[in-house]
Design a protein around this ligand. Structure first.
Ligand code: AMP
Ligand code: GLY
Length: 420
């Protein structure tokens, strides 16, 4: 079977690495890929934003199955373009990707389906939004409705900041995604992610994970795409995992089917574990990045067979390794702001020899015999261990063998699990 994977980040390298192990696979292509993905797939220089180019390549190359991994492509409708060209693909469809594409839609769906989430209201004008925000008390959470590259949420500590944030969004601070906003109650607790795979009617659990969104140790500094993750996350006890499926994911999949937009694909549930129990923070229509980098090393079953089963409506439970996987993101100085590109990365060959360690590439490029750092998030140094402490020690031992000018990482990935 010929498979096309779309994307170029650490998540896509982890997916490519897992897909490459499938006995069903004859050839893996990745568009556009990166220097790490090139070791397990043929990279084709078509940008992920070129939907027509991707469909043309898939038809000409007789691709049997396409895996679309990123929110921008899913919310933008690449699944629909691929399927219209006759290429079976892992979704969701553009219609169903509204679970990631509109925060207001998700909040309304929670009310309809009886899913526990923060109190909220949706607004299309600033004045009523300010009145409602004042009525909730502080801190208060202000969200752009649409996709905003992970930056569309402002937690305002007081009235002044909340009014400023509301004006900022309506003045186009987050582009068109802020023309409608959601104001919601602040939830206090520990965040965790839970992943499931749906064929539109049935849904199976994948696994849980915990991400580290802030750039600095101790969860300080600005938000990033994620600086590290581990799976399983001890905060998600087996009873919480069961609740995630029964009280959140299954009612959501059923509600989407009832609305005539069945959800097929990976469903990422962001939960806040509060004193009153778990509450929904958000949905994403895909694997998390870097959460995917810790799920794939734990997956014992064939990823390609599982994703195909989601497309074909034949899902069956998957098997997972009990070990803990932990990934440390190595980034370029300045991230999540601006950073330098083009420094040569040293030490990758030595790390490749370490047992139980895999380095998933994100922003890398090959130039001759060198691998260059060309992104904000550059590498995901991932290790397996019998518990979080062992996986963490192995991951950092590998991190310490890798160098480039301006490289940095957090030194505390996994701290919440270790503190428990
Ligand atoms: P989102 O884009 O919805 O994932 O929000 C980004 C981050 O903002 C989440 O991961 C949470 O850390 C935080 N957040 C969002 N909504 C709330 C809320 N109602 N209460 C507390 N934190 C929130
Ligand atoms: N790691 C968070 C995300 O992928 O959205």
């Amino acid at each position: 079977m010929k498979v096309l994977l779309v994307g170029s980040g650490g998540r896509e390298h982890a997916l490519a690495w897992a897909l490459a192990k499938s006995p069903l696979l004859t050839k893996l292509y990745c568009a556009p890929g990166n220097a790490g993905i090139a070791a397990v797939a043929e990279c084709v220089p078509i940008p992920a934003t070129d939907f027509a180019g991707l469909a043309k390549f898939a038809v000409e190359t007789r691709i049997d199955f396409a895996v679309i991994a990123a929110d921008a492509q899913l919310v933008g409708g690449l699944w629909d373009v691929m399927e219209a060209a006759g290429i079976r693909s892992l979704g969701p469809s553009k219609a169903a990707a509204v679970l990631e594409g509109s925060k207001g839609f998700v909040k309304d769906l929670c009310v309809q389906a009886g899913i526990v989430t923060a109190a909220y209201q949706r607004f299309t004008a600033p004045e009523p939004a300010k009145i409602f925000a004042d009525s909730l008390g502080f801190p208060v959470v202000i969200k752009a409705d649409g996709l905003a590259a992970g930056k569309g949420v402002i937690i305002a500590p007081d009235k002044g900041e909340s009014h400023k944030a509301i004006d900022f969004m309506f003045e186009g601070g987050f582009g068109a995604s802020g023309h409608a906003i959601v104001i919601e109650e602040f939830m206090d607790g520990e965040e965790a992610s839970f992943f499931a795979l749906s064929d539109g009617a049935n849904v199976i659990p994948l696994a849980g994970a915990q991400d580290h969104k802030r750039v600095g140790d101790g969860d300080t500094g600005p938000n990033t795409g994620g600086m590290g993750a581990y799976s399983p996350a001890p905060v998600l006890t087996s009873s919480l995992q069961q609740m995630a499926m029964e009280k959140f994911i299954k009612p959501t999949v059923a509600a989407m089917a009832a609305k005539g937009m069945p959800y097929m694909g990976v469903l990422y549930l962001g939960l806040m574990i509060t004193k009153q129990g778990p509450k929904l923070v958000e949905y994403n229509a895909r694997f998390g990045d870097p959460e995917c980098q810790v799920l794939m090393p734990r997956l014992k079953s064939d990823l390609l067979a599982a994703l195909l089963a989601a497309r074909e409506g034949t899902l069956a439970p998957l098997e997972w390794h009990d070990e803990t996987a932990l990934t440390v993101v190595m980034a370029s100085k300045g991230y999540p702001g601006s950073y330098e590109k083009g420094h040569v990365i040293a030490g990758l060959e030595r790390v490749a020899k370490l047992p139980g360690v895999t380095v998933f590439h994100a922003g890398t490029e090959r130039r001759g015999g060198d691998i260059l750092a060309v992104g904000g998030r550059v590498l995901n140094v991932t290790a397996l261990g019998k518990d979080v402490a062992e996986a963490q020690a192995r991951a950092y031992a590998a991190v310490d063998m890798i160098h480039w000018e301006g490289a940095f990482c957090r030194r505390d990935i996994g701290w919440r699990a270790l503190k428990r």
